[in-house]
Design a protein around this ligand. Structure first.
Ligand code: TYD
Ligand code: MG
Length: 456
């Protein structure tokens, strides 16, 4: 049978195909994203694609569908299990994305070394087996007997490797280095990533085998490759952190088997990643003395409360347009808060440079840190320290009102546990049992009330 090839143009952003080059993708609307790719049309590959996912190909009544409880198996890593929703599901594909050097390979290798009862097949297209061995020597693991490594970039050979090793979990490091001969384009190209992922999905479903894919992230923090990569896999996790800090956050972006608001926290040490089970330690290690521009927020990520320091610096703009910069916090939200402070609370910040930083090098998405952010900006602006032992929680609305946040009792309890003596919270119309806590609780409905308590 002759090999039939064709040229297609593929959109780098969304994976849309077109027989001709076009300037603007009709599907996602991006400009100048089409690249030429050669494709070998393999008929046998196409026909085997359409296999049934759940085993049945006859329509049945929804009522008759039997629900088996999802079997999950632990990864022996509490934080990873938490983000996965309680463990890894057979036949599922988990994509872990992150910047180079953040610790993706370390995370999965460490998982492999800590479950001696499971056979792991670690396929690396990035490193030699010697390099993997050297990394494994650094990490304190339980066993290296169960971890089978191969340095290979061919997905076509994966089935062979699976037959020899009979693994319980497969790791592919990374999807951008893998290739299949079915498609005649470079590893990392959109059609290669698409086809390799489709092949991996088939392998995962047919063998009920969980596969962990490592994925690169491009400059804008997006997973490199087509967006459909994220649509194809079952779970998308993002490993993030500031490379100059030790803390790393594993965030769930998509999870077909669990919630997406859980995070896992790790600390990168010389001998691997340590699970951080008490997130408030990120505060305790960095919080030292009273300084202006610093406030403590009672925040939540997923189901866990923690206290985190927000730091601000304001100074008169040296050049015409004031600079605003935020690390670990959404810049648009910072601009919104500055506008609210200016318009609703009468603080003159329009001509000030404002820099904001969340301590520990992590990114917090909980809107309840607004109040702490506003307090640290004012503290820096007036050069007055906030009273020691005080923390804050509350979302700020456009009219300067402080809006209630979820799980307030857990936040108060966490602040009390860490020895804070005062917490400022939004006003709750229903009664919350503030007397049950060993901490003074102030309820405020507006920004100025909060500032009166803080600055007298
Ligand atoms: P790595 O897992 O190779 O990152 P990725 O796969 O995401 O590119 O880890 C990279 C960094 O982590 C590297 O700069 C060295 C550091 N590191 C430690 O600090 N401690 C360790 O035990 C290990 C294995 C790595
Ligand atoms: Mg790596």
């Amino acid at each position: 049978m002759g090999v039939k090839t064709r040229v297609v143009y593929v959109c780098r952003e969304c994976g849309a195909e077109s027989p001709k080059w076009v300037g603007r993708c009709a599907q996602c609307g991006q400009w100048n994203t089409f690249t030429e790719e050669q494709i070998i049309v393999d008929k046998s590959a196409v026909s085997s694609k359409a296999t049934a996912v759940g085993g049945t190909v006859h329509p049945i009544k929804l009522r008759e569908v039997e629900v088996k409880e999802i079997q999950r198996s632990t990864t022996s890593n509490g934080e990873l299990d938490r983000v996965l929703g309680g463990g890894i599901v057979p036949g599922s594909i988990v994509l872990i994305g992150g910047e180079p050097g953040i610790g993706k390979s370390t995370l999965v290798l460490q998982m492999a070394l800590s479950i001696p009862q499971k056979q792991i097949l670690y396929v690396s297209g990035e490193e030699s087996v010697v390099q993997i061995k050297l990394r494994a020597e650094r990490i304190r693991g339980v066993s290296q007997d169960n971890c089978h490594v191969v340095s290979d970039t061919s997905i076509d050979r994966l089935s062979q490797h699976i037959d020899t090793v009979k693994p319980d979990i497969v790791v592919i490091d990374s999807i951008q280095t893998m290739e299949t001969e079915r498609i005649d384009s470079f590893p990392g190209s959109i059609s290669q990533i698409k086809e390799c992922t489709a092949m991996l999905m088939r392998i995962a479903k047919e063998n009920s085998l969980p596969i962990i894919l490592i994925g690169h992230i491009n400059k804008d923090g997006q997973l490199a490759g087509p967006k459909i990569l994220e649509h194809m896999v079952d779970v998308v996790l993002q490993f993030e952190g500031d490379r100059n800090h030790m803390y790393r956050i594993l965030r769930s972006i998509k999870n077909r088997f669990g919630s997406t608001n859980e995070i896992g926290i790790f600390e990168m040490l010389g001998d691997g990643l340590r699970e951080v089970t008490n997130p408030s330690e990120m505060l305790l290690t960095e919080y030292s003395q009273e300084l202006s521009g610093i406030a403590i927020a009672a925040a939540m990520e997923g189901l866990r409360p923690f206290l985190i320091e927000t730091q601000a610096l304001t100074s008169t703009a040296a050049y015409g347009t004031p600079q605003r910069s935020a690390t670990g916090f959404d810049l648009r939200r910072l601009n919104m808060l500055l506008a609210v402070l200016e318009k609703r609370a009468g603080f003159k910040l329009a001509s000030k440079d404002v820099f904001l930083n969340i301590a520990g090098g992590i990114r917090v998405s909980d809107p309840a840190i607004d109040l702490s952010v506003a307090a640290s900006i004012l503290s820096s602006n007036t050069d007055m320290c906030l009273p020691k032992g005080t923390c804050l929680t509350g979302e700020i609305g456009l009219s300067g009102e402080i809006r209630p946040v979820n799980r307030i009792e857990q936040r108060i309890a966490e602040a009390a546990k860490l020895g804070f003596n005062r917490i400022i919270i939004p006003n709750y119309s229903h009664r919350i049992p503030i007397n049950n806590f060993d901490i003074k609780v102030h309820q405020v409905s507006r920004l100025d009330e909060a500032f009166r308590i803080l600055f007298g």
